[in-house]
Design a protein around this ligand. Sequence first.
Ligand code: 13P
Length: 256
Amino acid sequence: MRHPLVMGNWKLNGSIHMVHELIAALRKEVSGVAGCDVAIAPPAVYLCQARHEIGGSRIALGAQDTGVNLSGAFTGETSAEMLKNVDVKYVIIGHSERRTYHKESDEFIAQKFGVLKELGLTPVLCIGETEAENEAGKTQEVCARQIDAVLNAHGAAAFKDAVIAYEPIWAIGTGKSATPAQAQAVHKFIRDHIAKKDAAIAEQVIIQYGGSVNDKNAAELFGQPDIDGALVGGASLKADAFAVIVKAAAEAKAKK
Ligand code: 13P
């Protein structure tokens, strides 16, 4: 049985004060919730502080991206080895904001996936279609292409203990979430696509939904059989809303 993962992607938000306040509030809100994994991904510059502040709690540390090189003359980069060194467990890769603003290709993202797996870190591979692709009926084609880049480079076994986040780009930060039925259909497609290579790997892979998840719509999304938690943007910056989402995932898991 899969264990849902609710992860907060803080994106480019935070300060020393905010990291302190938000984690203190989160620790109180989610300490008693069982049956769901919880993680936060603050900006890289605050990872050490966050590591200290979540110490001894059930909140795991995530990062928002990684470089592909482990060390050397790569000014401005953060390596997966450094992330591991500060106890990061989950690393988001291929977020649409990086695909769009930093022109990251499917192959480059697959390379990051391989680096993370080699170091024992958990990739959170973001995939998803634009609004135009959605309207053109290309959702499955786009998701398959983004998954295939990893399958072709590393094989289906690379998805053991990995996380996929289906984040339709038209739903990110828009307040317009996919409906539970829409998301479920794509999640099932993704799982079936991997199952064509390896059914056991497909069955255990965590597939999160992301895109305008909030305290109101989370429970219904998590009620779907192939939705295993969420990657949360805006609502992860508010401890009370994030806690409601975590609790909804735990309750949905108990019913599955
Ligand atoms: P929002 O929850 O703000 O729509 O962001 C989703 C997201 O991009 C998480 O990675």
